[in-house]
Design a protein around this ligand. Structure first.
Ligand code: ADP
Ligand code: MG
Ligand code: MG
Length: 209
């Protein structure tokens, strides 16, 4: 089954709910290696996203993603706002004006999102950032889509890979973002942005039929 604009709105709503539920956990992770605001930043941003796409629902998946991107960029002050915002903006461009996305379309959107994070933040795999969740998620999504999977399966595969990638950031030394100021002392803590990426993808997978 294809993923419609309404499905993307539902996915963002589920993402916002998960972020709200895990707000304190994200704050705690960011307290260890950053400035203790990732949970607040994401919660504020995703609440604003939900209210924007609910009050005036855009008509295509791409338009929903673009609206969400604009809201995140304007409401989240931290590094994560422009990064997630650019990710969603690139995803929006990748899907164009299609009325529905199939599994391959979802994988393409995720790949573009990851490219947006790289373009904006210049991180590479292993730098202990959200990319360490997103990049394996993209590979898993592409593999699933190549075998003909529907949006839900593509997102489920992506979410599982992201969760594993996020757990793996615990061992890494940060080379980008605030956590990099800690150098070697950043090891031993999961990256908050990688964790929020895993939470979002799991929520999206659960929301898309
Ligand atoms: P801030 O660090 O400005 O307080 P947040 O706490 O909201 O912003 O977000 C921090 C997260 O942003 C980090 O955990 C990391 O995943 C991500 N991040 C920071 N810098 C980069 C970067 N250059 N590339 C990719 N992700 C980054
Ligand atoms: Mg922070
Ligand atoms: Mg901050």
């Amino acid at each position: 089954m294809g993923c419609t604009a309404q499905n993307v709105i539902e996915a963002l709503r589920a993402g916002a709910e998960s972020i709200a539920e895990h707000r304190d956990e994200l704050v705690a992770l960011d307290r260890e290696i950053g400035d203790a605001d990732h949970g607040e930043n994401m919660d504020r941003g995703f609440r604003a996203v939900v209210s924007a796409v609910t009050s005036t629902p855009p008509e295509t998946p791409g338009a929903v993603l673009k609206s969400a991107a604009t809201v995140l960029i304007s409401t989240v002050g931290g590094a994560s706002g422009p990064l997630y915002g650019t990710a969603l903006l690139r995803a929006a461009s990748a899907v164009g004006d299609a009325a529905e996305l199939d599994g391959a379309g979802v994988a393409k959107a995720l790949e573009a999102a990851s490219g947006g994070v790289v373009a904006r933040g210049k991180a590479v795999a292993g730098d202990k950032t959200m990319l360490d969740a997103l990049s394996p998620a993209v590979e898993a999504a592409k593999a699933a889509a190549d075998s003909g999977a529907a949006p839900r399966e593509v997102l489920t595969a992506a979410a599982e890979a992201a969760a594993e990638g996020a757990r793996g950031t615990g061992e890494l030394v940060a080379r980008k973002g605030r956590a990099s100021y800690l150098g070697e002392r950043s090891a031993g803590h999961v990256d908050p942005g990688a964790r929020s990426t895993a939470l979002l993808l799991a929520a999206f997978a659960g929301a898309v039929a």
